[in-house]
Design a protein around this ligand. Structure first.
Ligand code: NAI
Length: 357
């Protein structure tokens, strides 16, 4: 159950318009594959494609993308390269999340049968504050050789993300919330995060079990005994959330598998769980398209198209697990296009069974 559900804004003649931001690296080819799948499956979604990848890093390109998402309410997104060497340049990915107030990032990391991993049976939901903390973007060099990077946290944003996490736990029957922090060192900032989460657990959400863990220990526990978090939720501030999410994605098979939802009160952007671009494998027909297909499925659930989401889930499941068509990142030899053909083939069979022609 997606915690914030909103009727899509742009729906004409029963069709949704969704903003598509292909981004860099493998993003554009993945969006083309999704378009093909949607067309084949008669998914009632039209793509409004805008380029805010590194081909156009102008402010107007970013403004147009934001206006389009505000108009449509929903976006599918590839990741955008971020320049490291220009302090004035703000990450496009981060600017989108900040300006649209997409305050929650949600990932579900679950092991998939037939995909080789070190730990069997992982099932962890990760909920990350997505707009403040270390990502506030306030940095300056006060005197030469002295840099201040300011982490800003607010009670309002912590309450917002914690409320979403506890509501998510109740709606999805997740039995435990573990708040991740470094309150032993960041006594005020992370202290506030822990205090607010704890208060909420003790007052409003007594039925959900609550624990907390220091981020370094949590990283170690995740790689050594991840099953202790199964069935629960990791609730995290922004930067720790980023790092821990990548560890969790790695545990279940890597960047090609897990999707990530960015939710706000008004808008939602669906992308991959890890936010790298895959530039080195772009154009080679080798990337694993699963995370993008899963992001599209999340988006279909958000816009209230459960039938299409279910069909695509079954087609993907049969391709990956029943037929074991795997790309190289998960130990197989299949090309991206073979997975897409596999999914389309499965959709064909689903339609035949349903007698839809
Ligand atoms: P990368 O994009 O090079 O990917 C890391 C590894 O995962 C590579 O070996 C790549 O081949 C593999 N990989 C990625 N997607 C895959 C897929 N779908 N199927 C199979 N293998 C896949 O990672 P890196 O260096 O972290 O990021 C590249 C660029 O992305 C950076 O320049 C950065 O600007 C941008 N970026 C990265 C973020 C991050 O969280 N890592 C966040 C925002 C932007």
């Amino acid at each position: 159950v997606i915690p914030i559900h909103r009727k899509p804004l742009a729906k004409y003649g029963g069709r949704h318009t969704v903003t598509v931001l292909p981004g860099d690296g493998i993003g554009p080819e993945m969006m083309a594959h999704l378009k093909r799948i949607f067309t084949f499956a008669h998914v009632p979604v039209d793509f409004e494609v805008l380029d805010i990848g590194s081909r156009d890093l102008s402010d107007s390109a970013l403004d147009n993308a934001i206006i389009a998402i505000e108009r449509n309410g929903v976006a599918l997104k590839g990741n955008i390269e971020t320049k490291f060497d220009d302090p004035q340049f703000k990450s496009r990915n981060m600017e989108l999340r900040r300006r649209l107030d997409l305050f929650a990032n949600i990932l579900h990391c679950k092991t998939v049968p037939t995909i080789p991993v070190r730990h069997k049976e992982i099932d962890i939901v990760l909920i990350r504050e997505n707009t403040e903390g270390e990502y506030s973007g306030i940095e300056h060099q006060s005197v030469k050789g002295v840099v201040e990077s300011i982490k800003v946290v607010t009670r309002q944003k912590i309450e917002q993300i914690a409320t979403l996490a506890f509501d998510f736990a109740l709606a999805n029957n997740r039995k435990k919330i573990t708040a991740i922090h470094k309150a032993n060192i960041q006594k005020l900032g992370d202290g506030l995060f822990l205090k607010v989460c704890r208060e909420m657990a003790e007052t409003k959400y007594k039925d959900v079990k609550f624990e907390h863990m220091i981020v370094d220990n949590a990283s170690m526990q995740l790689v050594s005994r991840p099953e202790q978090f199964n069935g629960g939720i990791l609730l995290m501030p922004n930067l720790y959330g980023n790092i821990i999410s990548n560890i969790a994605c790695g545990l279940v098979g890597g960047p090609g598998l897990v999707s990530g939802m960015n939710l706000g009160k008004k808008y939602a952007v669906f992308e991959t769980g890890t936010r790298n671009t895959g530039t080195s494998i772009a154009g080679k027909d080798v990337a694993n398209p699963t995370a993008f297909i899963q992001a599209a499925i999340d988006m279909l659930r958000y816009v209230d198209e459960p039938l299409h989401a279910d069909r695509l889930t079954t087609a993907l499941y049969n391709t990956l697990i029943v037929k074991k068509i795997h790309t190289a990142d998960i130990g197989g030899t299949a090309k991206t296009s073979e997975i897409i053909e596999g999914v389309i083939d499965e959709l064909k069979q689903i339609f035949d069974k349903e007698h839809v022609h």
